[in-house]
Design a protein around this ligand. Structure first.
Ligand code: FO1
Length: 330
């Protein structure tokens, strides 16, 4: 069964790990492709840093740090040296092991390889059990237009997210370079060949939204023969982690499981969704989401442990199967 996931960082990575492990545990023949957001990417200390690609790669490779990014068992001697020279961002930690990845990636990029080939090369070491594809080989960066001291400026997403903890009200998100960007090789083909497309509980604005903003990807998802099932990143009116609420507010979307489903839109009404999973706390969203043309189910969505995560992955597979069956009946 070919499954394509459009993922950002922690939520998307953890869900994908749960789906992979469910497949292994139950002997399901899952062929997973993760199309990963690269809008968080940045040049720092002359190195290309790809936060979401690394979070997915490290999580599936079993070496993710406890905080959900970077490496387990990390040290920060090199970054301390860089800060001593007044280089880098003193509020953004590049661990020593993590720097190994950034140096390797930058070397491979400078040798002329596209990001998709570099990602495949790095994954040879980590054996993630899924194919990782950047959404594009072209540089696309999310910048945030903010107003500080009465002055409007734009800062890189990571500065807004990490330095300011998304506390500076975002006026707009700008995906620099997205207009001329193309889907990375294999992205459109994977979506077209999929038996199921999943929007895991990643940030709907700056992760999934950025992926869908690459010319061609939204249309490919809308045209997919596979059902498209999303998992709400909002439980009980709040994001599970991160600051997706600050992002949703910035684009005028209410922070609720229902509003995010409506933001993605029903495929039958010009959007991308056929199915939507909400937490039991948001069971009251099921009826209105169904009324909007998206089949919905309520179940525990907090990925607190492997068993719960597996149950959510199972629910996504089941809903996808039901949607596929109902579509063939029409
Ligand atoms: N997040 C933080 O809150 N503080 C950091 O110092 C930090 C460093 C960092 C380094 C590499 C990397 O891949 C991710 C890092 N992150 C850090 C997380 C990052 O902000 C998120 O992974 C995504 O960009 C948002 O989903």
């Amino acid at each position: 069964m070919k499954i394509v996931l459009l993922a950002g960082g922690v939520g998307g990575a953890r869900f994908t790990r749960g789906l992979r492990d469910l497949g292994r545990a139950e002997g399901l023949d899952l062929d997973l492709t993760v199309v990963v957001n690269t809008g968080d990417d940045l040049w720092l200390d002359a190195l290309r840093v790809c936060p979401d690609l690394d979070t997915v790669m490290y999580t599936l490779g079993g070496v993710i740090g406890d905080q959900g990014w970077g490496r387990a068992g990390e040290s920060t001697r090199v970054t301390a040296e860089l800060h001593a020279y007044g280089l880098g961002w003193d509020w953004f930690t590049l661990g020593d092991l993590d720097l190994g990845t950034h140096v390797a990636r930058t070397e491979l990029l400078r040798s002329g390889l596209p990001l998709s080939a570099v990602t495949a090369r790095l994954c040879e070491r980590w054996q993630p059990g899924a194919t990782l594809l950047p959404m594009s080989d072209d540089e696309v960066e999310t910048w945030v237009e903010v107003e500080a001291d009465g002055e409007v400026t734009t800062i890189h997403f990571e500065e807004w997210w990490v330095r300011h903890r998304a506390a500076l009200p975002a006026r707009r998100f700008l995906q620099r370079g997205v207009g001329g960007s193309r889907p990375a090789p294999g992205v459109l083909e994977a979506i077209g060949a999929a038996d199921l497309v999943v929007l895991p509980p990643s940030n709907p604005v700056v992760s999934v939204g950025t992926i869908l903003g690459v010319p061609g990807i939204r249309d490919a998802v809308r045209a997919a023969r596979a059902p498209v099932v999303g998992v709400s990143p909002i439980i009980g009116g709040a994001p599970v982690r991160g600051m997706a609420d600050a992002c949703l507010t910035a684009i005028g979307v209410e922070t609720s499981a229902r509003a995010v489903a409506e933001h993605y839109g029903a495929r039958s009404a010009g959007g991308v969704l056929d199915g939507w999973l909400v937490d039991d706390a948001d069971a009251d969203a099921v009826a209105p989401v169904r009324a909007a043309g998206v089949e919905a189910r309520a179940l525990p969505l907090l990925m607190a442990d492997e068993a719960t995560t597996a149950a959510i992955a199972r629910a996504a597979l089941d809903l996808g199967r039901e949607l596929a069956a109902s579509r063939t009946r029409h």
